[in-house]
Structures are given as C-alpha cells and as structure tokens.
Design a binder for this molecule. Sequence first.
Ligand SMILES: Cc1ncc(COP(=O)(O)O)c(C=O)c1O
Length: 432
Amino acid sequence: MPLDRIRPALMHGLDSAIDKFTAKNPQSAAALERARAVLPGGNTRSSLWSAPFPLCIASGEGCRIRDVDGNTYVDFLGEFTAGIFGHSSPILARALADAHARGINLSSHTPYEVELAERLVARFPSMDRVRFANSGTEATIMAITAARLTTGRERIIAFEGGYHGGVATFIPGADRVNAPYQFDVLPFDDLTAVQAAFAHDPQIAAVLVEPMQGAGGCRVASTAFLAGLRSLCDSHGAVLIFDEVQTARMAEGGMQARLGITPDMTTVGKFFGGGLAFGAFGGRASIMDRFDPARPDALAHAGTFNNNSLTMATGVAAIDHYLTPAALEALFERGETFRGRLNAAFGASGLPFEATGLGSIMNIHARLETADSSAALRRLLQFGMMAKGQYFAARGLIALSLAIGDAEIEGFFTALTEVLADIAGIMAEDAA
Ligand SMILES: Cc1ncc(COP(=O)(O)O)c(C=O)c1O
C-alpha cells in the first residue's frame, strides 16, 4: 500500500521538510543544475547523492562547514570518516606546503614514503610490509590480487552489506559495477555459512571482511565471528583480509589490536593521507614480498601517485600530531558515550530509531513496517537536524571528528530533543 495512504502525516511531514530545505538552499539547487550539463546527474561521487539535491558545501573550518547559500552546519559527518582532523588544520596545511615547496611528485623514490610506511607498520600487528595506493578501493583490489596470486586460488568470500570501494560493494543495488572477481557473498556475522562454504570448496583464496561494516549501516562483527574466520583461514590456507579503512581509527593498531585478532592482510585509507587521496594495503612479509620488484616472480603494482610526496608528508604529520594512541582512545570513548546518548534520546522519545556502531562511527536507523516508511522517517529526522544546523549523512551515518567539542555535542542533543518531539507529534497523528 502506498505510504501516503498508510502514513499520511509522515509523508506530509517529509514533503514539508523537503519544501523548507529547497527554499533554504537555492544556490545548492542551482549548482546541481549547472553540474548536470557536464557530470551525469550533476554527480561524480555516487554516495553523496540524496534527494531532492545534496548541499553544495563551499568551505569548512574546524568542525563547521558552510554551504554556497551561506548556511553553516556543525559537521557530524566528517567526510564519511576520512575527515577525522576536522577542516583546515594548520598543521596539515604546513606539512602539505612544506612538501610542495620541495617539488611535487619527484619522479623517483623519496624520503617521504618510508616515513609513512614505518609508522603504519609499527601500528598494525598484521603489517610486516605495506604498499601505498590512491584510494581504499585500489587498496582492496590489490589485497585481493595479492591473495589470489600468492595462493593460486580464485574465490573470494565477502559479506552481504560489505563495502570495500566502488567496485567491491555488496550492498544490494550498488553492486552492478563490481570488479569481475569470483566473489562468494555470504551473510555477515554468520560463521556457519562460512564453514559451509569452506566445506563445499576449500580452495578459497581469501576472506574479505570489515570488522564493522561501515557503509552497510555500522554493523559490528562479533568477536567470535572474526576469530572463527581467523581459524578457518588458518586451517584452509586462505588469506584473511581485514578492511580497516574505517575501523583503523578505533585504536592505534585498529580493530585488530583492540580485538587481538591478527589478519594476514589489512587495508587502510581515508585519514592516513592527512586529507589527501590515499589507500594502503599491507600484511605478512611472505605475501607482501612478492611485490619486491627485484624478484624474478615479482607482482607489479605501479601507480604514478603511489608515493606522491604531498600525501606521504601530510599523512606523516597527521599521524604524529593527531592520530596518537591517546587521541584515538579518547575519540573512541567519546563516540561510545555519544551513541549511548543517542539511543537514550530515541528510547525516551518512544520513536523507532536506533543507533548502531562502534566508537566514533555510528548509523541512525529508523525501523517501521516497510523500507520506504523507514527511509521517510530517517530523512525526516535528518532534515529536521539540518534545519537546526546539524549535518550528518542522509543515510544516517555520523562520524565524530577530533575537532568536535563538548559544546557542539550539547548543541546536537538539544536540537535532537526538539526534532524528536516534532516527529513524535507527526507520528501521533498517524496513530490517531
Ligand atoms: C570500509 C571501506 N573500505 C574501502 C573503502 C573505499 O575507500 P575509497 O573511497 O578511498 O576508495 C571505503 C570507503 O568508504 C570504506 O568505507
């Protein structure tokens, strides 16, 4: 049954939130119209799309962003987890400018890449060696490739709801452009399904898993599941790959250190480039050393910008100044408290919202009878919060940055209480 017949007040509330959003953001709408002529649908990064149009953000400073209409927001999205430092850090700007003053990409090895590599290898228990790429997507593809070519096997186990980049996504509807690997997509956090897959065909090259599915809605894998994957891979000679592109922020050594489970390979990305395009894959020496170009059986991994000095230098500054063990631990705790407060506010409102996640990364879900009504309710909350200057993803993702202070957090919860009260009024009309 159409949503406007079963929940007319919810639909009307959403329509009027969209009308207000549209009236407040004429320049963002115009920016999209202009872009449509040269970018398909005005878009060059699919995950940013949301109806009726995404905001066009002109600038950011600290934990605040400003759109082209001059509206400012507290940024609770933090560049989908990559912007952990907040915006316009003078420390990162200095590192970038210093590297730039010494020339751009220098047509050979440079002193920069070893600095970043040493720091990553020291952090992640699974990394004896690391190689750099330009995105998390590329890092995933290279990790899969390394697993296939070192095991001589083809099949890769991945999980429903997993996201490892634009061409390795297992979120329904987004998977049409996946790279043509032999993926076996199994239910997430279901060890029995993985046991059955190995029993059916032990010739599996790799198991690719996020310790917490980020884009898939911040679903946290159970420790038993991840430990079970570890032992299945051990027994069958498969490569266990942890995609820690998002979860690397959960501790100095990422989720693998927090859990005490060491994969064979790890991919990271996002913030380790200090705000510049970045990805890296690393792992056991016995796998990674196949990339030693002096070996007769070397695997090639070329890339003009793999060692680009701007990213390498800014990444080092990011690690040294921001990504300290103490800062990451504090951010983790702050996120746990934040998610707890969210769920307490949802519980007090009596509305069917829930926040899932881990540490400073979380996702708000709305749970009504259908996917459409759930999405409508979630967007109503997000539009309501945006109208009060609180910015997070249309899909409900929140990623706290180090730049967000206590005052901003209090501001968020004050706004949330008001928005939830408004929504409760709307939902009461439908219940009447
Ligand atoms: C877990 C995970 N893996 C891989 C990627 C892909 O990284 P990138 O967008 O840098 O290609 C992402 C990006 O959101 C991610 O969240």
